[in-house]
Design a protein around this ligand. Sequence first.
Ligand code: ZN
Ligand code: ZN
Length: 403
Amino acid sequence: MSSLSHQCPQCGAPVELQKTDRIFTCPFCQVRLFIYGRGPLEFFIPPRISSPGTLVYMPYWRLRGNVFVLTASRTQHKILDSSLLAVKTNSVLPTLGLRAQAMTLHFVEPTTPGSFVQPDLSSAILKAQLVKFIPGLDLPNEKRLVAYIGDSLSLIFQPLYALEQHFIDGLTGKILGPMDVDREKFHPASSSLRFVSTLCPKCGWDLQGHSQSLVQTCSHCETTWEAGPNQGKEVQVCFRTSVSSPDLYLPFWNVHFATTGFTLKTWSDLIQLTNLPKVPQPWMAVTPFTFRVPAFKIRPELFLNLASAVSLHQPGQVTSTLPKVPLHPVTLPKNEAFEAIPVVLGRMAPARKSLFLRIQGGKIAPVKATLEYIPFVQQKEEYFQPELGMAILKNALHWSTRL
Ligand SMILES: [Zn+2]
Ligand SMILES: [Zn+2]
């Protein structure tokens, strides 16, 4: 894994952190700060040579996540981990290769010197392109649902020098090729990166949580916060209650959505749409249906199974009281959970062919997501959820913070 280095905004000490950290922790002055960016986080590799040319940084999208392809009869999933040049030029390498792993990265800040070429390929286009090149993934020419769920999407800028109509590699000094990117595309850094206080905006207490978690909690006023541009932004959270006393809570995004072209508002609509073998009951006609998608990184097959099992479980009692047992870190942003909705719907349907016909030409658009924590009881090698009768191996969760 690539390392990341940053000067502490409070005491100036150089601090090493993980690229997956969402909280900056300084071991010298003990400050803890949210790492906030409006879009994907931006990193750069500093040049290793000096040159009389203009220092220019070329953007690469770096993606890591799960890809799902569902057809009427088949479910495929693959782990995607790649980088791709985000600008049209023939002079530089199309991918970062091993560079992104071997080099120390730095955050692009609004004040970082040099010219930055802004990507002309959006991350959505990139995802669609990458899916075509995933080894072993079969894209049959039939109706299908495809989702790319990136648990890590970032921009990595690689250093070049523009000198006398040529690009020179900022790491090796090698001439790469003719300068085929318009100088008008060279801009100063436009990063929105900020380091934001982790003091509770409501009561001033220190927020707590895992350094890789997107949310932090205040045990004093029992509130939950994510990074905002100037301070923490409150997140709506609830905790499912359980018959047994839990040892761990796993976070799920409870996704509210709207459909066009087909109807999916209540549990009755869901049963009709998917042909689920459930006996209709009065509550189903009046209870809104929402999707529950894991808010943490986990292997693709488990991700889809968990989303489906938890979404299909009739919502139980919830409380807003912060439990005393550990909360698993939230490592999957809600925007990525939104991408999963169509494939979760596909996964839930026993007869996918008729579902495809019913949703053809329609759309599901996310409206909002709240966090819902589900309690699990610790057993020898797994965590067990008594209400759902569901178990997750402990090492499957361990994988989720290492990825
Ligand atoms: Zn410090
Ligand atoms: Zn508080």
